[in-house]
Design a protein around this ligand. Structure first.
Ligand code: ADP
Length: 222
């Protein structure tokens, strides 16, 4: 299988002096479903932020789809992020002044591969996929937490990412909504070959037969 993400001796020290990730070396192959575990504070979220190019490593090599990112300009990183990565985080970060349909369209406006004439239709079909066709004109504050998470998921996959980075995606969801989201993620992995890296303690996600990465076994915290 192709290596999609390569990490060598990654380290992240925040400005306050906390080293959240220390000496992380791993390769993530295309099409796999990785489950990232480790105690609270072990650096799981930080690792996802590094892999998602949202944070810059203090040391080490990170390459994404064959592109070494350390020397890359912010603009190019944003392009890669938008093209290759879908984020499913516990906080949905939906734009409060945009309705569900418009929120799902946002990534398509940034990454212009999808022609304008197809964007609305595509957003509608994504909302249908997550069972929210009836809610397309609703604003985030008019949606339940589970519905907001599903809109965020539709937005995350709007540009057909190669990688899904998920940080406790079911953390704020009730059982039914959690199951629905897990099904959607699993479906993308199995049917479209999307690589999934998921931080979770949710037994239902753990039961997916994923490749397990325990961050504490790979890194040695200071
Ligand atoms: P986990 O996701 O495993 O709980 P985190 O990556 O959130 O771990 O945090 C790892 C460590 O880094 C913790 O000690 C946390 O307080 C610290 N940390 C996380 N984000 C920041 C930040 N933006 N600035 C400073 N310290 C941070």
């Amino acid at each position: 299988m192709d290596t999609l993400i390569r990490c060598e001796h990654l380290k992240k020290t925040y400005r306050n002096g906390v080293t959240a990730v220390q000496d992380f070396t791993a390769q993530f192959v295309s099409g796999a479903f990785y489950l990232i575990t480790g105690a609270s504070g072990a650096g799981k979220s930080t690792l996802l932020h590094l892999l998602g190019l949202l944070e810059r490593p203090t040391e080490g090599v990170l390459s994404l789809c064959g592109n070494e990112i350390s020397a890359m300009r912010e603009g190019r990183k944003a392009e890669l992020r938008n093209r290759f990565i879908g984020f499913v985080f516990q906080s949905y970060y939906l734009h409060p002044n945009l309705n569900a349909l418009e929120n799902v369209m946002v990534p398509m406006l940034i990454h212009r591969e999808i022609p304008p004439s197809q964007r609305k239709q595509r957003a509608e079909s994504l909302l249908e996929k997550v069972g929210l066709s009836e809610r397309s004109s609703h604003y985030p504050k008019e949606l339940s937490g589970g519905e907001q998470q599903r809109v965020a998921f539709a937005r995350a996959i709007a540009n057909e990412p190669d990688i899904i980075l998920a940080d406790e995606p079911t953390g704020n969801l009730d059982t039914a909504n959690g199951q629905h989201l897990i099904r959607l993620i699993k479906e993308l992995n199995e049917e479209k070959g999307v690589t999934v890296l998921c931080v979770s303690h949710d037994e239902r996600i753990i039961a997916q037969g994923s490749r397990l990465i325990n961050i504490e076994e790979i890194t040695c915290a200071e």
